[in-house]
Design a binder for this molecule. Structure first.
Ligand code: TGC
Ligand code: FAD
Length: 398
């Protein structure tokens, strides 16, 4: 290396070359700092062991609740903070910098459990459940996927049969985040008239079983399971009264997919920064591997993709705060940011060579997690077809 090269320092703004973070309001920066401090000080130190031993520490939900990091957009009437969608995105981004499994837990509780009760629930359901869910005193899960119906939930087999003073629910849901530890489950089922409805099942009141799915090689810090319902009786007041049809679960997915579009940028950014640091400190052929053009190209590709993905998801959040956005725009960002994050994690893993596969360096964990994130909440293919339909008007699913 020449003297000239040694004296050159990285630009101080290399992490955020477009100054995206300058576009955040004081409140947004404060929320981001709270999420960053918690994630780096409380989640990061536990993640290696949690991933290795496939453990979810339930106290994390309480900790998130205490800091106001669950469902921050909900009205103060039910214990929320009435923050905007950008704040919610920034929370997902900071938590997923540590681990997609932890972000998953926050997303499900916020977007897939609290959101449907808030939007579609009765006043009694809202006041009974939302304040406790926001504090993290209750844990919820969202049951849409079934063993034979994942990408196509419209064909689901779970039924809700009308009986005297209530409903009898039968069916199996699978791959359900939080199911084994959930106090309540939002279950989507078809009535005798073949109409999709949402129900709140409560572990204290209703009879249903949740078996844990062990041995995942991805999202090992979050619990996943099945939900079995065999003529589970629930009373009339457990139906979500204010929504009918697939737009119920899909509108919850809009919120969660938006959070994923932010979260995956956090995960990708962790991998980029780690790979850069490693490349600057790792010498081969008597010079840092960062001196090689091939390595620099990867780092520049990471910077470019992350900068564009972050700018676009911030724009999406700002639009969601202003108006009802076309859900295809959310598909665009979920699909894009999952794909770039996966690519960045794979290439960062490569930059770390053999060390890249060690849990000690975290990148392999991010890579394995992102395989799930790219699949759940609509696979990359499904979002491609949603976007294809949006611009051609032609439905290519079947
Ligand atoms: P389609 O005919 O397109 O629509 C049926 C009705 O739903 C409405 N709708 C939406 N409403 C709000 N937001 C959206 N994004 C919506 N998309 C559709 C639509 O307007 C229509 O309403 P109406 O009133 O006219 O009846 O339905 P389709 O059956 O053709 O759906 C096609 C497709 C493939 C897009 C859909 O099935 C799909 O998105 N599949 C992917 C399934 C999926 O994402 N599952 C996720 C399960 S939950 C999960 O993964 C949680 S992971 C949690 C974690 O740990 O983070
Ligand atoms: P399939 O639908 O069988 O798809 C298999 C493959 O075929 C995919 O590559 C897909 O893209 C492709 N494919 C399918 N149809 C088409 C088509 N028309 N054109 C082109 N390609 C197609 N679900 C919940 O309800 N709640 C949860 O909390 C939840 N948490 C999850 C947690 C984890 C760890 C995982 C792994 C999954 C979770 N899921 C959850 C389920 C998840 O949403 C589904 O796995 C996902 O929607 C895909 O469904 P599937 O696995 O049945 O795959």
């Amino acid at each position: 290396m020449s003297d000239h090269e040694i004296n050159i320092q990285p630009d101080p703004d290399w992490k955020d070359i477009l100054g995206i973070e300058d576009d955040l309001t004081t409140e947004e920066k404060l929320v981001q700092k709270t999420a960053y401090d918690y994630s780096s000080q409380e989640l990061f130190p536990r993640v290696k062991e949690a991933f290795k031993n496939e453990i979810f520490d339930k106290s994390i939900i309480n900790e998130l609740g205490k800091l106001g990091l669950i469902a921050p957009t909900i009205s103060t009437k039910y214990g929320g903070s009435e923050l905007n969608n950008v704040c919610y995105g920034l929370i997902a981004y900071e938590i997923e910098k540590v681990d997609s499994g932890y972000r998953s837990v926050m997303s499900v509780q916020s977007s897939l459990v609290i959101h449907p009760i808030y939007e579609f629930g009765s006043e009694k359901q809202k006041s009974e459940y939302i304040p406790e869910l926001i504090k993290g005193n209750l844990i919820g899960c969202f049951g849409l996927t079934e063993p034979n119906h994942g990408s196509d939930p419209s064909s689901m087999q779970t039924t809700a049969r009308k009986v005297d003073r209530g409903w009898s629910i039968s069916g199996t849901k699978t791959w359900i985040t939080n199911a084994p530890i959930a106090d309540i489950a939002i279950i989507w089922a078809k009535t005798d008239e073949n109409i999709l409805r949402g129900f709140i099942l409560d572990r204290n009141k209703h009879d249903f079983a949740t078996a844990k799915i062990d041995g995942k090689f991805s999202l090992r810090t979050s619990e996943t399971g099945e939900i079995h319902m065999d003529e589970t009786f629930i009373s009339d007041d457990c139906i979500l009264p204010n929504v009918v049809g697939l737009k119920g679960p899909f509108s919850c997915l809009n919120k969660a997919r938006y959070g994923i579009a932010w979260g995956t940028i956090g995960s990708a950014e962790f991998c980029w920064h780690s790979a850069r640091e490693y490349a600057l400190n790792r010498n081969q052929f008597n010079r840092p591997i960062a001196s090689n053009q091939l390595i620099q190209k990867d780092l520049v590709d990471f910077q470019t993709q992350i900068t564009l993905g972050k700018l676009a998801v911030l724009k999406l959040g700002r639009e969601m705060d202003k108006r009802n956005i076309n859900p295809a725009a959310i598909s665009l960002m979920k699909r894009n940011n999952c794909q770039i994050a996966l690519d960045i994690a794979r290439k960062s893993r490569d930059i770390l060579g053999g060390n890249g596969i060690s849990n000690d360096y975290h990148i392999i964990r991010h890579l394995l997690n992102l395989e799930t994130v790219n699949t759940y909440e609509g696979t990359a293919n499904i979002h491609t077809l949603i976007l294809g339909r949006s611009q051609t008007g032609i439905q290519a699913f079947s």
